[in-house]
Design a protein around this ligand. Structure first.
Ligand code: PCA
Length: 218
């Protein structure tokens, strides 16, 4: 089989943070071979609109087999494999260009939501087996991460790239960030990198997701 391509994206820092763990983690995997695939890691701006445009261009030029967009979720305790992207922007803070959309549709006429096409339950199982704390998350929020996740799934649907699997993973702060936010949980960079390697390998090797409880009561 020919070499497959996996696109990993991370974000530039936002909201007064000097670094973004998503970029620190994905860039460590740029050029790495995982199974029969090669990883391409790229940074996205934390800017509504521009982030989707940048990702669209990458999907068009690289024609990846798997796309996993990664973002920082300060305060989360585990690697969070997102289940669903919703068609709305509602920003609690301004993005890096100063925009703060409220209740704005991402894609006019697009569906209310898209589900991840990654094997999210198998990824959580494999992460836990590898010693990495992980969960299925039922919401990616309503800021730039959900925006990019929705944009990715909308682009794949529009391009009829049904063979391309796409999804989003939120990750906690790095320890040096948590040290500036007393009480906030964190995961070490090496743990995040190892976790993303697992997420990629499982996405490449799992055609049909497993049926395992990953829900929440509320
Ligand atoms: N996290 C933000 C946007 C960029 C990032 O890394 C979010 O969760 O929307």
């Amino acid at each position: 089989m020919s070499t497959r391509t996996v696109l990993l994206t991370g974000f530039e820092p936002f909201e007064q943070e000097p670094i973004n763990p998503s970029w620190e983690a994905v860039r460590a995997l740029d050029g790495e071979r995982i199974g029969d695939a090669v990883v391409v890691a790229r940074q996205l701006p934390c800017v509504f609109g521009k982030a989707i445009d940048a990702l669209d261009a990458l999907v068009a030029s690289l024609k990846p087999d798997v796309v996993i967009a990664v973002g920082q979720a300060g305060g989360r305790t585990e690697m969070s494999i997102e289940r669903v992207a919703i068609n709305v922007d509602d920003a609690r803070v301004a993005d890096n260009a100063g925009a703060q959309p409220i209740d704005t549709t991402i894609a006019q006429g697009g569906p209310a939501a898209y589900f991840s096409t990654l094997p999210i339950k198998a990824i959580v199982r494999d992460l836990r087996a590898a010693g990495v704390p992980a969960m299925v998350s039922q919401t990616a929020g309503t800021f730039v991460c959900n925006h990019v996740f929705y944009g990715l799934m909308h682009t794949l649907a529009q391009r009829q790239a049904t063979a391309t699997r796409g999804g989003f993973v939120h990750i906690p702060y790095l320890p040096e960030q948590a040290a500036r936010h007393p009480g906030a949980p964190s995961l070490a960079l090496d743990t995040l990198i190892a976790g993303l390697r697992v997420a990629v390998a499982t996405s490449l090797s799992t055609d049909t997701d497993i049926r395992e409880q990953g829900g929440q009561l509320h």
